[in-house]
Write a protein that binds this ligand. Structure first.
Ligand code: GLY
Length: 369
């Protein structure tokens, strides 16, 4: 099966995303040109280490690259100040210097924490991404956003820090639990909804094969998603404008994640799926998009096994508390919400000064409280 390469054109910080089936075996050859020393520190979690660690290690051994693994406890709780302190301290103990390279080998949590640690370690050391979850392969490993969570909200403390290469092996998805696969799929759907109606249609036809394990479909979807993201990041690396489109569904979604304490009661991608449904519903309520489009989005996400109604959540939430969490969003400007809404499938837009009283009414209708 053909490997694919997407370039993220960011001048001196440009890098390549390699996508293929079985790329962990080639990790040594892919990494060699970006390593300044034949050694790498791999930050991962215990599940990924067990499922994929040997494959990566032998790929590195094949090119005589020495490796040291640091395995975190799995879960969103790793994105905390306490874990950041522990990780940076461990990296210093291992003698990591600026010219050393640290790899994030895992999902979005490992990538966000490791990237943030690398951005500050000796004011910046080498950093590469080897994402093993679908969500990380199509979104979080690309574009340089790194962060930890705070009790006030998700990803509130962080930095933009680009990796030097991304290696996305769809073979690593074979050991991913189905729930996580579905959660990652939500971020793929996002790219269709934002700017590519043809891709959304392709997903309607191929989504279940992709989730079911079709490697060719997975490579196509990861490639299309990464190409869309690379183009947006190249135009607006620091989210001064259009990069915010990538947050479709996230303002609603982050509020649900915060309400559930970032626990595995609700995965990020599940929150995004519900958030995208609400963003389309709210767009329809404002007369900005056709209700038929909102229904079509909901239908597709439901077919993919994702939550698409507040009543699908594992516990009741009040509209006012959802809005309170939404008001912690990073896109807030002078106290007013910025929302990503939709004109139709394949065309999203950024709307500033959203009317929070009206959003509260909308949430009351959706929650019944
Ligand atoms: N996940 C959204 C972004 O990278 O901008």
């Amino acid at each position: 099966m053909k490997n694919e390469t997407i370039r993220v054109p960011l001048g001196q910080r440009a890098y390549e995303i390699h996508i293929g089936d079985g790329l962990l075996a080639e990790a040594g050859s892919l990494l060699a040109p970006v390593l300044r020393r034949p050694r790498i520190i791999i930050v991962t979690d215990e599940n990924v280490l067990k499922a994929q660690g040997e494959r990566l290690k032998s790929g590195l051994n094949a090119r005589n690259i020495s490796s040291e693994f640091i395995a975190l406890a799995p879960g969103e709780n790793a994105k905390s100040f306490a874990e950041l302190e522990r990780l940076t301290s461990r990296l210093l103990d291992l003698g990591v210097e600026r010219d050393d390279t640290v790899a994030a080998f895992g999902g979005g949590v490992v990538g966000d924490l490791t990237g943030f640690a690398c951005s500050m370690l000796r004011r910046g050391c080498g950093f590469v991404q080897i994402p093993t979850s679908l969500l990380a392969q199509v979104d979080s490993a690309v574009g340089g956003k790194t962060a930890i969570n705070m009790p006030q909200g998700k990803n509130l403390i962080g930095a933009f820090y680009q990796p030097e290469i991304v290696i996305a092996d769809v073979g690593a998805l074979e050991t991913l639990p189905i729930r996580e696969l579905r959660a990652g799929y939500a971020e793929i759907v996002k790219y269709g909804l934002i700017s590519n109606a043809d891709f959304f249609e392709w997903l309607e036809d191929h989504g279940s094969a992709l989730i079911g394990g079709d490697a060719k479909a997975r490579i196509h979807a990861v490639k299309t998603s990464c190409a869309a993201k690379a183009a947006i990041v190249a135009d607006d690396e620091r989210e001064k404008g259009k990069r915010a489109l990538l947050n479709l569904g996230h303002t609603f979604g982050h509020a649900f994640e915060a309400a559930f304490g970032y626990s595995d009661k609700l995965l990020h991608g599940e929150a995004v799926a519900l958030g995208m449904t609400l963003a389309f519903d709210y767009s329809a309520r404002l007369g900005r998009c056709r209700p038929e489009d909102a229904e079509r989005v909901k239908r597709h996400l439901k077919t993919a096994g994702l939550p698409c109604a507040i009543r699908d959540l594992p516990q009741d939430l009040k509209a006012a508390s959802i809005l309170d969490y939404m008001m912690q969003d990073k896109k807030i400007e002078q106290g007013a919400l910025t929302l990503v809404l939709a004109e139709k499938i394949g065309s999203a837009m950024i709307v500033k000064n959203a009317d929070s009283a009206d959003i509260l009414e909308f949430l009351k209708e959706k929650t019944g409280a």
